[in-house]
Design a binder for this molecule. Structure first.
Ligand code: DAH
Length: 350
């Protein structure tokens, strides 16, 4: 009996103290397994004197029941704890920073182009797509650009198919060029549409320029064209003054400076008052108080002649602006090349 009590004293506390189910299983084998200590005691039963056998056997069996019961209880408890631990180890930690999904966004130039288009849509203009690969006829000739005009030269224009420059233009054979301006869209529109015409044509243009802080070999222009009865220079001024105030702010002033473009007469360049010094003159506006933002003018009757619109009946105005330049002036971008580079550190600011 002493050995049974001793065994109970040795085993039961170890069951209670077992740290995990593996340790518990170890203990079970040690006590109840084939070579276990209690099994050995039960086996030795036969050697006991007969009168002690029944009592000893009962005690040993009852200890075995007790041990099995305790083992089962403890196993259940430990298994639950282990499961809990496994679940929490694999669980989502809501305090971890998430993996960001980097979604792209509209480039500043696309956004500003859309903004410009929307201002004119509000005035009833519609949008006409132009084409980036153009013939000399649409890019120059029909825009009243004389054959010897410097912009036709290889210096300024990318020729895709060169039928030997000005000579081809004169003979009516047209070179294929990357358009240097969106103005050719005016001709395409007037060829297929009769007045009233109120259109805008945004798109990319190309020039043989080396990129520097104020020049890009490819950039974005927005062309505008109005042809209707009784259109005057006052309409042109009112429209572009409204446009400038929409883009830059109601407090900004505009001025129209006489200029020359082959396809408009009279022509002008439009300046907007400097937003930094408000016309006082500063470094940004090179001391003038004004920033040049676009070219414009009344459509030259010669241009209307190319598309068979009677200049006695109709008149119109046209304008063209560089979106990169407007972006630079609006957001104070000191180097236009940053608009082409796609550097997120720069682009994220807008
Ligand atoms: N095409 C001219 C340029 O690239 C800009 C321009 C000036 C467009 C006057 C026009 C205009 O429609 O009337 O410099």
């Amino acid at each position: 009996m002493k050995t049974i009590d001793e065994l109970a004293e040795a085993v039961l506390p170890r069951i209670a103290a077992a740290k995990d189910t593996a340790e518990l299983e170890h203990l079970r084998v040690e006590v109840l397994g084939k070579k276990g200590s209690l099994t050995a005691l039960l086996r030795g039963l036969g050697q006991l004197a007969e009168e002690k056998r029944a009592e000893f056997g009962q005690a040993a069996n009852s200890l075995r029941d007790q041990i099995e019961e305790r083992l089962a209880e403890r196993r259940e408890h430990l298994a639950a704890a282990e499961l809990e631990k496994r679940i929490s180890a694999g669980a989502l930690d809501v305090t971890l920073p998430g993996r960001t999904n980097t979604v792209g966004s509209q480039h500043l130039i696309s956004r500003l182009t859309e903004e410009i288009v929307n201002i004119f849509r509000g005035l009833g203009y519609s949008v006409e797509a132009g084409q980036q690969v153009e013939t000399d006829y649409y890019n120059f000739t029909a825009l009243n650009t004389p054959p010897d005009h410097p912009s036709r030269g290889l210096q300024d224009t990318f020729y895709v198919v060169d039928r030997s420059g000005a000579q081809a233009a004169i003979s009516g054979e047209s070179d294929v060029v990357l358009r240097t301006q969106t103005s050719g869209a005016q001709i395409h529109v007037m060829e297929k549409q009769r007045p009233p015409i109120y259109i805008l044509s945004p798109g990319r243009v190309y020039r043989r320029d080396v990129a520097d802080p104020s020049h890009l070999p490819q950039f974005t222009q927005v062309e505008g064209l109005v042809v209707d009865k009784g259109i005057s220079f006052a309409d042109l001024k009112g429209t572009l003054d409204y446009f400038c105030k929409q883009v830059f702010g109601a407090e900004r002033l505009t001025r129209f400076r006489p200029h020359f473009f082959p396809f408009t007469e009279p022509s002008a360049e439009v300046d907007v008052s400097c937003g930094i010094c408000h016309g006082q003159g500063c470094r940004f506006c090179k001391g003038t108080g004004w920033l040049e933002i676009l070219g414009c003018g009344m459509v030259d009757p010669n241009v209307l002649g190319f598309v068979d619109i009677d200049p006695e009946e109709y008149s119109g105005f046209a304008f063209g602006m560089g979106v990169e330049r407007i972006a630079a002036l609006k957001y104070n971008v000191s180097d236009l090349r940053m608009l082409l580079e796609g550097d997120m550190r720069f682009l994220r600011q807008f």
